[in-house]
Each structure stands twice: as structure tokens, then as C-alpha cells.
Design a protein around this ligand. Structure first.
Ligand code: RIB
Length: 292
């Protein structure tokens, strides 16, 4: 079984602020750092740190050699990562205030992935292989359809949730990984109550698996015939960026290896509780040894 993560790579420009910038306001930040991010890259790093071999496919810009070096440093395979010599790569502008963040994305090369690139990547995969996706690259519907034709198992983290998600062939997805807001969006349930969202997800995606994180209130696995709850590990958050990516990577790595939902949720909860105690995205994702 080979695992492919087809996803975004962003330079993250992170500004620590004492309040989020207001309309019309110009303000100075308390600190600045540039780091590696993108939900795709973060999740590949998390998968690998959780002990799973992963190929990362995607598209960096002419300024993107650093991403390839960074992924390789951690052992993520970059054979199918394309460097676009004409266009700039993606970046994110992130304000962080007392642990919370606000993110503005510029897709760049992430949004230039076309059907040819998808074909060139997927020809190396086959039935029984696994595909992980997030919602930060182009050609999503095409990737999902081709992967299904091949017989790959498809996991989709619907972040960032937007109207495009509903244009994808969601019936071809095997596993959704969402946070509370995304779960509400995906199930089209307006209720504030977690139990209502779980019921709505169960009803709408009856033949799917769904993992939903609910911040300090823990996480849930909603399967065909069972719901499993996992508590969160309470910590003081410095920066929540990449917490969801860490959860996704650690959950999937453990779940694919042991097929033990409870163990996978627990590991993912532990790992993301460490991520939120560090600054930045990929750099704050822990190693397995940090969880013991
Ligand atoms: O999930 C966090 C990530 O979202 C950041 O690294 C940023 O690049 C955006 O993609």
C-alpha cells in the first residue's frame, strides 16, 4: 500500500498581534516569522512523523526549492512534486493573537495543478493505495474521480471549507476529516449542538467514515455502525496553526497501520495538543518520541 498526499504548499508569513487587524486599520505586529506551511505540506510532515511513508504531490513555484528540501529532510518522498518555473508558489498571511489565528491564502502554483499533472502523478498508483486531499489545490474533482477509477481509498480533509466542496464528487470519498465548522457545513446542519451535527453527518454520509474534531471538547469518529469519542488533552495554546493538520496526519497514519479507531484518535489528540504549544505550522508538529 502506497500513500499519496496531493496537496498545497505555502510559505507562511506569521504575524503575532495583540488584536486582529480591523477594517481600515494599520498596525504593527509584535513579531514576525516565515515558515513552511500549507495544509498539504503540514499533513505530509505529520504523516511521516507519525511513522507512515508518504509521497507528497503538488506544485511549488519557481521560488519553491526550499519546500522540496524541507520535505526531503523529514523523509517525505517528493518524486511527484512539480516545480513550476514560470509562476510563484502559494503563501499564507497569518495573524496570531493569544493562540487563535486568522489566515489569508494566495494559492499561486497550488491552483495551477491541471489534469495532465494529475495523470502524470496517478499513473504511479493503483488499487489499494491511499489518497489524502485537502481543499487548497485545483483539479480536485478530477483527482477524486481518477483515484476512484484506480480503486484508491480516498480521505478528504475538507479544510478550508467553502462552496467548492459541494462541487466535488463527494460520493466517491471514503473518509472525511472535518472540524466542527466544516462538519456543520458538510452536513448542512444549522444546529450549535454537536449531537445534532453527528446525527446529520450520519444521515447524509451513511456509508462513509467521518472524523470530526471539536477543539477543547475532543473528537469523534462516526462510522457506519459506531460512534467513538476521544477527549482532548487540555493545554494552553500559543498558536493553533496546523493543529488540524497534525490531527489528520497522526489519525490517518495510525488508523491505516492498526485499524484501531480509539488508538488513532488518542494519538492524534495528543499530537495536536503539542502542536498548539509551538509557534508556526509544520515546525510545530511533534515527533512520535514527543508523545511518549
Ligand atoms: O492549516 C494551517 C495552514 O493553513 C497554514 O500552514 C497555511 O499555509 C494554510 O494553508
Amino acid at each position: 500500500m502506497k500513500v499519496l498526499n496531493f496537496g498545497s504548499l505555502n510559505y507562511d508569513h506569521v504575524y503575532e498581534v495583540d488584536h486582529f487587524v480591523l477594517p481600515g486599520e494599520t498596525m504593527s505586529s509584535l513579531s514576525y516569522m516565515r515558515g513552511f506551511g500549507g495544509k498539504g505540506l503540514n499533513q505530509s510532515i505529520a504523516l511521516k512523523k507519525a511513522g507512515l511513508d508518504v509521497y507528497h504531490a503538488g506544485r511549488v513555484g519557481y521560488d519553491g526549492q526550499d519546500f522540496i528540501d524541507y520535505l526531503n529532510k523529514y523523509g517525505v518522498k517528493t518524486d511527484y512534486l512539480l516545480k513550476d518555473e514560470k509562476n510563484a508558489g502559494g503563501h499564507a498571511r497569518i495573524e496570531v493573537c493569544r493562540g487563535e489565528n486568522r489566515i489569508v491564502l494566495y494559492g499561486g502554483a497550488n491552483q495551477l495543478i491541471d489534469e495532465k499533472q494529475v495523470d502524470d502523478v496517478l499513473e504511479h498508483f493503483e488499487e489499494g493505495d491511499v489518497l489524502l486531499l485537502q481543499n487548497e489545490i485545483s483539479s480536485m474533482s478530477y483527482i477524486i474521480r481518477k483515484a476512484r477509477e484506480l480503486g484508491m481509498y480516498i480521505a478528504f480533509n475538507t479544510a478550508p471549507m467553502n462552496e467548492l466542496v459541494f462541487s466535488y464528487p463527494l460520493d466517491l470519498i471514503d473518509l472525511f476529516i472535518v472540524n466542527e465548522t466544516e462538519g456543520r457545513g458538510l452536513s448542512e446542519c444549522d444546529s450549535e449542538k454537536i449531537e445534532d451535527i453527528i446525527l446529520a453527518l450520519k444521515e447524509k454520509y451513511a456509508d462513509k467514515e467521518v472524523v470530526m474534531t471539536v477543539g477543547k471538547d475532543g473528537s469523534y469518529y462516526i462510522g457506519k455502525d459506531m460512534v467513538v469519542y476521544q477527549k482532548a488533552y487540555p493545554v494552553t495554546a500559543v498558536d493553533t496553526t496546523a493543529a488540524g493538520d497534525t490531527f489528520t496526519g497522526f489519525f490517518l497514519a495510525s488508523y491505516l497501520k492498526d485499524k484501531d479507531v480509539k488508538k488513532a484518535l488518542d494519538l492524534a489528540a495528543k499530537a495536536s495538543s503539542i502542536t498548539v504549544q509551538g509557534k508556526g505550522a509544520a515546525d510545530s508538529i511533534p515527533e512520535m518520541k514527543d508523545l511518549l
